[in-house]
Design a protein around this ligand. Structure first.
Ligand code: HEM
Ligand code: HEM
Ligand code: FES
Length: 348
């Protein structure tokens, strides 16, 4: 972990991020409300709140879904990823206001319990045009709630990054539910084609960026050329293939490895950051340490250990140099094991 990085507490960067985020949200909401009051003078305050919060949450959801692939495609999007959790929690708050107002407005006046009424007031589950779309929004909101409630680093540490990441993948299910919620709900009344165009445009952006990032990911090295059966070393790259203070990613016998060049040396560590499984090979060497591109956790490239007082440790890998060829043994050493780096003959 970076000595400078303090996990949960506030820092200047986070404050700027949140100010811009909430500045943008409030600007959107006030422009929307102003616009509606100008052209739809009969609209009620409740309906305005319901729609303004729904649309801003819906837009934020698209942005959240695009940040991951965008920052893999271009480093300039990394600052957005740095504090994505706050964007996620803000999105949840907006969606919750929308959901709660809908429940109050449409379900709290009858005899049935308001929550039960969400599920029972319309039971045309086999109709497309009259589908009980609010149920879809309700389930999605529950998913966002679980994600927001476990968003603190405390939960990340206790649930473990693997399970936690798996849980976060539920966002794609929630996204599907929301698309259906909007398509089978609001759009049954809002028939202007612009609404459908916007919906399709949003979906194509999310889908397109994920596809592009996926194709880029597939370009990492899948290594197959073996030295000999006994030594189990695989050829990965030439010296000059790795840019100074950067890495290449290699997938060798199922091991995802980052191979770094720095100070005329080469070292290899696991590609997966211990914090939230960020891709270390997309990071840089800063102050002699591998620095994760996502939130700045740091590791010594020679032993995979975070500088004291931090205790994170990565697996390390044995390398060897044959001419200007770098070869790797994919059998990992225990986390934090020191391995003498390869010293390059040329000083490129
Ligand atoms: C308890 C959960 C929810 C309920 C009961 C609910 C209910 C509704 C209702 C009744 C409408 C139509 C409102 C109108 O047009 O006047 C609506 C629209 C909408 N909902 Fe939800 N919803 C829920 C959750 C969500 C969530 C989690 C999102 C995620 C962003 C969402 C996004 C939207 C959007 C974008 C619209 C269209 C807004 C518009 O008409 O301009 N909803 N919802
Ligand atoms: C309601 C709240 C949240 C939403 C809507 C949300 C959204 C997302 C989305 C869209 C993904 C999919 C993968 C990607 O784009 O890279 C994801 C994964 C992830 N999220 Fe969240 N998130 C929320 C809360 C948080 C919090 C609080 C944290 C940090 C503590 C966090 C950290 C992560 C991490 C590490 C991944 C895995 C990314 C990967 O390996 O590609 N999220 N989340
Ligand atoms: S520092 Fe957060 S994933 Fe690496």
């Amino acid at each position: 972990m970076s000595v400078k990085y303090v996990p949960v507490q506030w820092n200047r960067q986070k404050k700027i991020y949140d100010s811009i985020l909430w500045g943008g949200i409030l600007l959107f909401i006030s422009s929307y409300v102003g616009f509606q009051l100008l052209f739809q003078t009969h609209i009620s305050l409740e309906t305005l709140i319901i729609r303004a919060t729904a649309l801003s949450a819906f837009f934020l959801l698209h942005l959240i879904l695009c940040i991951g692939p965008l920052s893999r495609l271009d480093d300039r999007f990394l600052p957005l990823l740095y504090n994505r959790r706050h964007m996620g929690v803000s999105m949840f708050l907006l969606a919750a206001i929308h959901g709660i107002f809908c429940i109050i407005q449409f379900h709290s006046l009858g005899d049935t319990n308001a929550l039960v009424s969400v599920f029972t007031s319309n039971e045309k589950y086999n109709s497309i045009s009259q589908f009980p779309f609010q149920v879809l929004g309700f389930i999605a909101l529950c998913i966002f709630f679980i994600m927001a409630a476990t968003s603190h680093d405390f939960w990340l540490k206790n649930l473990g990054p693997k399970f936690w990441k798996l849980m976060h993948m539920l966002i794609y299910m929630a996204y599907g539910l929301i698309i259906m919620h909007v398509a089978t709900g609001a759009f049954q009344y809002e028939t202007h084609p612009i609404y459908w165009l916007l919906l399709v445009f949003g979906f194509l952006n999310v889908f397109g960026f994920h596809l592009m990032a996926g194709l880029k990911e597939m370009r990492y090295l899948r290594v197959s050329k073996k030295d000999d059966e006994k030594n189990n070393f695989y050829f990965v790259a030439l010296e000059e293939d790795i840019p100074e203070n950067s890495a290449i990613q290699a997938l060798v016998e199922g091991e995802d490895i980052a191979i770094f060049k720095y100070e005329n040396k080469i070292s290899a560590v696991s590609n997966t950051c211990k914090h939230q499984m960020g891709p270390l090979s997309e990071g840089k060497i800063v102050d002699g340490c591998i620095t994760c591109p996502w939130h700045g956790f740091q590791y010594n490239p020679k032993n995979g250990q975070s500088p004291p007082p931090f205790t994170e440790k990565l697996k390390t890998y044995q390398l060897k140099l044959i001419g200007d060829e770098i070869w790797i043994d994919p059998k990992p050493k225990a986390e934090g094991t020191y391995i003498e780096p390869l010293v390059l003959k040329s000083s490129s």
